[in-house]
Design a protein around this ligand. Structure first.
Ligand code: FAD
Length: 470
């Protein structure tokens, strides 16, 4: 009896755990993707992520056809669509790759139950990360809540189990694919208008992911320093491709380790690998501590009393729209609002500004990022926000508060990034651009909505409740 491979956040036709296992197990092997209506509901019609997925599916369908298979794309609630498709095709097993988001886990359990009634099995495989769930633990066998010991244990595990990086080949077994014609509804048919990905600098699909990685590798050695300056092209920009699996995490890690072994990755290689381990770390945290989706990782931080009411709403709106009067914060929010990307340094600066300068609950900022970020990933976004709010694992201590002007002077010294995203400030000198109000202000650009020194004091008082245990 045949098998169905259910693609989700793994939109590629190479090094694919679920597809590999399905091809080995039986024939014919069908491939499908469901535009899951509960996820799509509430997204704007020009959502870039939906456009990215759609374009990536076009490429995936063509690649599967070239291998002798095809891709079926449906729109509806996956809980019903997958069992219906499995019955229609008469397959005995559905193969998919694991997803560690609590909502996805619940969905997969529901699908598995419905399939079981019809005598069909759902088989899940690790694919999205190098090590998942409890594969990396402390010496005492417990999940780790601090990054550095986690990273050390992760590396040890990899030394002991190097085949964790081995690819899951597809091509040699492609004869098992069921031939046929792909079916891909248009974006309009699923209720979307599309988005100008090229204008946002995005090339979708496996081709886009591979091109980015190739372009990044020559500068890998400089990543350690280059990554902190938003005006420079110092990071890989692969987050969107990692999110939707148009690149393989195993391939990325293997490549960096091979370059390192040959002495060609420099210090930057080790730093970049660390970032990929952060990604595994937050997926593991989410799996073991699903309460973080709604609450602080450290419960005592839920006692922090955030600002609410009309004045706070006005501050929140100013933050979202990039009208805080702090040029680096406003430029960062403009980058997010116009391109769907924000540089990591700026994610830290803007998140800190919302929680620690405006006194607004990190969950509000997290939700705004979730709506806007092309690379939105629940585990990393939640981890990043809780880090900035000091409520998370391995967080920034609450008394260490980013100064938005100092950050600007350090990481956008010449003001190039600010000039790019806040054209009104383009004529200011490198000296004046970080704090225009100290240099006579600029017509049409707001004065700071809060005084940083006063806000800092209020935040220290606000966090008093956690001091004893913070
Ligand atoms: P690179 O610097 O080239 O790093 C390579 C890859 O490593 C990234 O693509 C990403 O997959 C991973 N990575 C890097 N930094 C981190 C990190 N701190 N935590 C987890 N993984 C990391 N990343 C997301 O992918 N999705 C999010 O929704 C997200 N939200 C964030 C929110 C906040 C408040 C903060 C502080 C960080 C967030 N990050 C998120 C992490 C990080 O900012 C982005 O991964 C990074 O900016 C993406 O750019 P890049 O691909 O050029 O990264």
């Amino acid at each position: 009896p045949g098998a169905l491979v259910w693609f989700r956040r793994d939109l590629r036709s190479f090094d694919h755990a679920a597809l590999h296992h399905a091809l080995l197990a039986g024939t014919p092997v069908y491939c499908a993707f469901i535009f899951d209506s509960p996820i799509l509901e509430g997204l704007p019609r020009d959502d870039r992520r939906v456009a990215f997925i759609h374009a990536s599916l076009g490429e995936l369908a063509a690649e599967l056809e070239a291998l002798g298979g095809h891709l079926l794309v449906r729109h509806g609630d996956a809980r019903a669509e997958i069992p219906a498709l499995a019955a229609e095709l008469g397959v005995a097993t559905v193969y998919a790759n694991e997803d560690y988001d609590p909502a996805a886990i619940a969905r997969d359990e529901a699908v598995a139950e419905t399939l079981a009634v019809a005598g069909c099995a759902l088989k899940l495989f690790k694919d999205h990360v190098i090590f998942a769930r409890s594969e990396v633990l402390s010496q005492a066998g417990k999940p780790l809540g601090v990054f550095t010991p986690y990273k050390n244990a992760w590396k040890k595990r990899l030394e002991a189990q190097p085949d964790a990086l081995a690819p899951w080949p597809v091509d040699p077994h492609a004869a098992a694919l069921a031939p046929g014609r792909s079916q891909l509804p248009s974006l309009q048919e699923i209720g979307f208008d599309g988005a100008d990905l090229a204008a946002a600098g995005i090339t979708p699909g496996m081709r886009g992911g591979a091109a980015l990685f190739d372009a990044f590798l020559p500068s890998l050695g400089d990543y350690g320093t280059g990554r902190d300056y938003p005006a420079r092209d110092g990071t890989s920009r692969l987050s969107l491709h990692l999110r939707f699996g148009t690149v393989s995490i195993r391939h990325l890690v293997r490549t960096v380790l091979q370059l390192s072994a040959r002495g060609q990755a420099g210090e930057g290689g080790a730093t970049w690998l660390s970032e990929l381990v952060w990604r595994d770390f937050y997926q593991m945290i989410l799996y073991h501590h699903p309460h973080v989706v709604h609450a602080s990782f450290k419960p005592v931080y839920d006692k922090v009393d955030w600002e609410t009411g009309p004045a706070a709403e006005e501050l929140f709106a100013a933050w979202c729209e990039g009208r805080t009067g702090y040029p680096l914060v406003d430029a960062a929010m403009a980058q997010l609002n116009t391109t769907g990307f924000m540089h990591n340094r700026l994610r830290m600066v803007t998140a800190s500004f919302l929680c620690k300068d405006l006194g607004i609950d990190w969950r509000r900022g997290e939700a705004y990022f979730a709506l806007k970020l092309n690379d939105y990933e629940l585990a990393s976004n939640n981890g990043g926000w809780q880090w900035a709010a000091s409520s998370g694992c391995d967080a920034q201590p609450f008394f260490r508060i980013f100064n938005p002007v100092t950050q600007s002077e350090r990481f956008d010294q010449e003001g190039d990034f600010i000039r790019q995203f806040v054209p009104r400030l383009a004529r200011l000198s490198a000296k004046a651009i970080h704090a225009p109000w100290l240099h006579g202000g600029v017509d049409g650009y707001p004065a700071p909505i809060v005084d940083h020194a006063e806000a800092r004091q209020r935040t220290l008082e606000r966090y008093e409740v956690v001091k004893a245990r913070g």
